[in-house]
Design a protein around this ligand. Structure first.
Ligand code: MGD
Ligand code: MGD
Ligand code: MO
Length: 756
């Protein structure tokens, strides 16, 4: 299935390959027959909501509403392996630092609360009381502003609400989220441009749109259930135009693994009608090219009294069209071709799809957000959509595809370093305290604070912060100077091996496990990428009797840290999560009215979006046309021997969780230590396929950063762009290489040199 010149998979996404992908994990991880029952209830009302991506859970679900990667995530959580106190007694933390991400997590589910013992260089078991008391004592002794409470986007709305409340009652807004490495560019850009920080499309829009434009989102691996509505859309004639430096198989063709006919006949659906391999960071120019074509066609149409632009919409609903139009007219095709790496002809053909479509949805992911000029990427995408009124109408919209299953929801219920986004007055009323008003730390700010020594305590509600951030080597060194580090987790990862003076590892329930409290089994809720809220309830027996729920852990920490407050009832909230939902409803009555009654609404309940109603909560009161500051988003100069490194996710990982070594859809098997590069660039650099090389940072700051042991692998990429895997290559990313507006690390075009 792989062609000879460049390693590339030419089978479809889905199909038998996806079933084999699942079975491979089943083989290793099959815990018990009960797992099938769990999978059958996945993503359905009254079932549990997948811990993988944030794609929606539709009301009209199929028999098995899960995908290859959702099944892997569930099986990974429900493994029979256990990472016990005996395991920790047998391994020093220093030894474990040589283990791969995959092997660390393969030790299985954490079973006991553990404290790090410096003298023996080992984790030793401790009781929950001891852990809470020890952490509370440390936090009480610190200046609250020197503590950071991080959240990875998985914890429920209930837990997230209480975690943010804990931070504010304690005295800070230092609440960075995995979103700060992900779609923060979206939250900042869309808020400013259309007045709502999240996407405007909903699931139903995919059944009426005429065209979908895709920028830098890898559906086949990262939100595979999205392939079904895409396939349906293509079948009814909708056209899909993709911009991506990599030819991602999921966006090329797909076989529905849930359709017996397709599986038996091997009949695949072609997904993208146009596939444009833009250079990494070339999207601003590419989008300008599309806009230029739209203007040219509008000029033609005007001659016979027609209009391509939606002039009424532009006049009534937008601001600053003239400045934008001027820029588009001024920019030459030559500049556009140079910066995008695409030809005028290809861009005009793609632009024509836009011109002809009455309803267009714009989809994007990390390819646009993780760039130095990510804000301008999104601004340009919105410009294109605004030209024809493609926001705030059925079948249209700007649609960022969110990452973690509840990352969007965490922001909705208050996990944010930006106090202006949180109803602090209301919280003060409800809980009788004075909320901190100063801006807290983003992920990048927190890293700087840790390096400088200003940040002295870090609590991680899930995730693998140290492995996911840029500048990993320097950060690991600085990390150990902190006074207190606490990690709440299901499985062992590298962040648990880099410890402060006092360190705890607290094991929690996963979402697929029964959460039994005083009032009975608990429901938790999450928000999907379309702002729909879903309840989740699980029945599986927990991995260990010593686990606590994330909510109970947050409450335990808070209670041990904060002075008593008659309005803050941690024990009551732990005993019955519906009471936390009441608090959420009270804090956000417009969006969460009747929360407890609506928890199991099929398809989730929609919490609304002003921009979808064409109410623009922006400075001008209208949707903003924006003018990008430059034509390339990557943010560094071209130089001889300097490449743009794209850090990629394989089909066999969830972020830093590496399930295995098969990147099936890209035809890369058995290794992650690869340098993907096109044959022309291999020859030009005097390299040979199969040669082992290193990558060195080529950032202007001159700092040394290096990763070796990478096998040169021919791959279909634009000239000057090379690829490799996240998180292994994270030490190459400078901490200050981030989106200018939101500080999202720019992991999709990193300046590097190849070292032989
Ligand atoms: N199975 C699985 N599912 C996941 C995840 C996972 O790791 N595994 N992670 C979850 C999370 S947290 C997130 S945020 C999402 C991430 O999902 P995506 O948003 O899809 O993120 P990536 O896979 O990092 O990169 C997306 C695409 O951007 C392309 N790209 C790179 N540079 C550029 C560029 O300059 N321009 C353009 N147009 N494209 C570019 C890459 O080739 C890649 O196809 O997925 C979520 N779902
Ligand atoms: N170079 C590069 N760097 C990147 C990216 C990139 O594309 N390129 N992507 C960025 C993005 S989009 C993101 S979102 C971040 C991801 O950063 P994080 O969200 O911090 O990392 P994850 O890998 O998702 O975290 C995995 C760990 O979460 C824990 N875990 C799993 N389930 C649960 C649970 O239910 N509860 C708790 N408490 N813990 C649990 C397990 O211990 C597991 O080891 O990485 C960012 N970093
Ligand atoms: Mo993400």
């Amino acid at each position: 299935m792989a062609d000879q010149d460049t390693l590339q998979y030419d089978g479809p996404a889905g199909g038998w390959g996806s079933l084999r992908g699942i079975t491979r994990i089943f083989g290793k991880e099959w815990p018990s027959p009960g797992v099938l029952e769990t999978l059958a209830r996945q993503n359905k009302p009254g079932g549990f909501m997948c811990v993988s991506c944030a794609w929606t859970k539709p009301a009209h679900h199929s028999a098995f509403e899960f995908c290859e990667n959702g099944a892997k995530a569930t099986l990974w959580e429900q493994t029979t392996r256990r990472c016990t106190p005996e395991f920790f007694a047998n391994h020093t933390v220093t030894d474990l630092k040589d283990w791969t991400d995959h092997d660390l997590e393969q030790t299985g589910r954490l079973t006991h609360p553990m404290r790090f013992d410096h003298a023996s260089d080992r984790y030793v078991p401790c009781s929950w009381e001891e852990a809470f008391e020890g952490i509370g004592r440390e936090l009480k002794a610190l200046d609250p502003k020197s503590a950071v409470f991080y959240a990875s986007g998985r914890a429920s709305l209930e837990t997230s609400y209480l975690y943010a409340l804990f931070g504010r009652l304690y005295g800070h807004n230092n609440l960075p989220d995995s979103s700060n490495m992900c779609h923060e560019t979206t939250s900042v850009a869309l808020k400013k441009i259309i007045g709502a920080p999240v996407g405007t499309s909903v699931y139903e829009d995919f059944s009426t749109c005429d065209a979908i434009f895709f920028f830098g989102q890898n559906t086949g691996s990262n939100s595979p259930r999205f392939l079904h509505p895409l396939q349906d859309a293509v079948k009814r004639g909708c056209r899909i135009v993709t911009f991506n430096p990599v030819r991602e198989r999921g966006l090329e063709a797909m076989i529905n693994p849930q359709s017996p006919t397709e599986m038996l006949t091997g009949h695949e659906t072609r997904i993208s009608s146009h596939y444009l391999q833009v250079k990494a960071g070339g999207d601003i120019a590419a989008l300008l090219g599309l806009c230029k074509h739209v203007l040219a066609k509008d000029d033609e149409a005007k001659r016979d009294g027609r209009s391509v632009l939606d002039r009424d919409f532009i006049k009534q609903h937008t601001h600053d069209f003239d400045a934008f139009e001027q820029l588009v007219r001024q920019t030459s095709w030559q500049e556009i071709e140079e910066h995008s790496g695409l030809t005028r002809v290809a861009l005009e053909e793609a632009g024509q799809v836009y011109v002809e479509a009455e309803r267009v949805i714009g989809i994007y992911g990390m390819g646009l957000t993780q760039q130095v000029h990510g804000f301008d990427n999104i601004g340009m995408f919105v410009n294109l959509l605004l030209m024809k009124g493609n926001i705030g109408r059925d079948g249209t919209g700007i649609s960022p595809v969110r990452g973690h299953s509840n990352v969007q929801g965490q922001r909705t219920v208050g996990i944010s370093e930006k106090p202006e986004l949180v109803p602090l007055d209301r919280l003060e009323d409800m809980f009788g305290f004075t909320a901190p008003r100063d801006t807290g730390l983003t992920t990048v700010d927190a890293c700087h604070g840790i390096m400088k020594g200003d940040v002295k305590a870090f609590i991680g509600l899930g995730g693998n912060f140290v492995r996911a951030i840029p500048e990993q080597e320097a950060m690991e060194a600085a990390w150990q100077r902190m006074r207190l580090t606490v990690q709440i987790a299901t499985k062992l990862n590298r962040s648990h091996l880099i410890n402060g003076e006092i360190a705890y590892l607290l094991p929690c329930l996963g979402r697929s496990e029964e959460d039994l409290q005083e009032s009975g089994p608990q429901i938790v809720t999450i928000e999907d990428t379309f702002s729909c809220i879903h309840g989740s309830i699980a029945r599986r027996k927990p991995a260990s009797e010593h686990l606590k729920s994330e909510l109970a852990i947050v409450a335990g920490l808070a209670k041990a840290t904060l002075p008593p407050n008659p309005k803050v009832l941690w024990d009551e909230w732990v005993s019955d999560y519906s009471k936390v939902r009441d608090l959420i409803e009270q804090t956000y009555p417009d969006q969460f009215h009747d929360f407890n009654k609506r928890v199991f609404t099929p398809g989730g309940f929609y919490r609304g979006n002003s921009a979808r109603e064409r109410i623009w909560k922006t400075e001008s009161g209208r949707a903003e046309f924006t003018v990008p500051q430059q034509l390339s988003a990557h943010g560094f100069a071209n130089a001889p021997g300097r490449y743009r490194l794209i850090t990629l996710r394989s089909n066999d990982q969830f972020n830093t969780t590496v399930y295995g070594y098969s990147d099936r859809l890209r035809g890369i098997e058995g290794t992650r230590s690869v340098l993907l590069i096109n044959p022309e660039d291999i020859a030009a650099a005097g390299l040979k396929a199969g040669q082992v090389v290193g990558l060195a940072s080529d950032a202007e700051d001159g700092r040394k950063r290096y990763i070796g042991g990478l096998t040169v692998t021919p791959f279909d990429l634009p000239n000057g762009c090379i690829g490799g895997y996240y998180p292994e290559l994270n030490p190459l990313i400078p901490l200050d290489h981030h989106d200018k507006a939101s500080k999202t690390p720019a992991a999709k075009a990193v300046p590097v040199r190849i070292v032989t």
